[in-house]
Design a protein around this ligand. Structure first.
Ligand code: ASP
Length: 355
């Protein structure tokens, strides 16, 4: 309730600020320091998403067109994927940890209030993004983890359910059967000699960012994280600044891919800050990927040409309506919904895979 009241007070404030001269005026007022000037193209309603979010982007766009708040619309979009047993990277049917238990991470961020909510290592609840939303709306906290997050969800009426499907259980059992010398726990010896084996772990996550025609931006990231992870492992997705970040005066960034690299570089915060200096979304995304590449020094994470051997992608929106996907390895696509419809577009690429 309180949060809803806050949202509408804020909406009133932004409308007043717009009448007095638009967003640059507002950010000067708020920040004490002027942000780099950007061309304000008002009225750009836009959704960007990871490629598995085509339907989510469409739904988010449609809900915003009907007047829904940007965060509510984006969460409704990702709920479709959380509920989908065939998407094995998110919510119900997500690939489990090494004990065969699905553990979910999610964060939401609401641009107009600059508030965030997140849950990590949450078990048995299908829609972690909705729990993250309640953390934002009904608590003075940002992040709840593990048992505390579950208790909070149950107290709010969420039902506990088994999230492992037949398909995801079979994948987990196959991984267990293939274990032994193909695991990627690092022995000192293997790490020192740079011969630690790389185990291909399925990854996947959905990120959706939404900007309405008032220029308000919100976003959400939700995932079952790295498959077969050590129980309790928390990835980048529920960490504000890593898995997602919004500054309502500048833009937003969300991420999918190797969470550890993203956590070590706080990529989404960095990308939004680069946009603040005037970089276009595509340039900001590529610059952060270059930073990640230059900070990656362990041999087991590099290919024979010294490039990171993992995937990492960013989805970016700038306040002026520009947007981009940026990927460590291309070709790769991301989803967009705007007045021209819903589609996949090519990401800007740091390294191109040879076919
Ligand atoms: N970033 C997620 C994590 O590390 C995984 C992914 O996006 O594929 O938990």
């Amino acid at each position: 309730m309180a949060a809803k009241a806050q949202f509408s007070r804020r909406r009133f404030f932004s409308t007043a600020a717009a009448l007095l001269g638009g967003w640059p005026f507002l950010s000067r007022l708020q920040g004490g320091r002027a942000v780099a000037p950007t061309v304000q193209r008002r009225g750009t309603q836009l959704v960007v998403s990871s490629a598995n979010g085509l339907e989510a982007a469409k739904t988010t766009y449609r809900l915003m067109s009907r007047g829904s708040d940007t965060l509510e619309a984006a969460i409704s979009g990702v709920n479709l994927v959380e509920n989908d047993p065939d998407d094995m990277s998110v919510g119900y049917g997500g690939l489990p940890n090494e004990d065969g238990v699905v553990e979910l991470d999610s964060a939401v961020m609401h641009g107009p209030t600059h508030k965030a909510g997140a849950v990590a290592a949450l078990q048995n609840i299908k829609n972690p993004s909705r729990v993250a939303q309640l953390v934002l709306e009904t608590t003075d906290h940002v992040l709840l983890v593990g048992k505390g997050a579950l208790r909070f969800a149950k107290a709010n009426g969420f039902k506990e359910e088994e999230l492992l499907t037949k398909k995801s259980r079979e994948r987990w059992l196959k991984w267990k059967r293939d274990l032994s010398r193909r695991d990627d726990w690092l022995s000192d010896d293997e790490e020192d000699r740079g011969i630690a084996r790389k185990v291909a772990r399925p990854t996947g996550t959905i990120h959706v960012a939404a900007m309405n025609s008032d220029g308000d931006i919100s976003c959400v990231t939700t995932t079952s994280g790295l498959a077969w992870k050590i129980p309790g492992r928390v990835g980048d997705s529920p960490i504000i600044g890593a898995g997602l970040y919004v500054d309502n005066a500048i833009g937003s960034c969300g991420s999918t891919g190797r969470g550890e690299a993203n956590l070590q570089n706080l990529c989404c915060f960095a990308a939004v800050e680069l946009m603040r200096t005037g970089l276009a979304p595509e340039e900001a995304g590529l610059e952060v990927l270059r930073r990640v590449a230059s900070h990656t020094t362990e041999k087991r994470l590099l290919d024979d040409q010294g490039r990171p051997n993992f995937g990492l992608k960013f989805y970016l929106i700038a306040k002026d309506g520009r947007y981009a996907g940026a990927t460590m390895w291309g070709p790769s696509k991301f989803a967009v919904a705007d007045r021209r419809g819903t589609r996949l577009e090519e990401c800007a690429v740091l390294y191109q895979r040879e076919n």
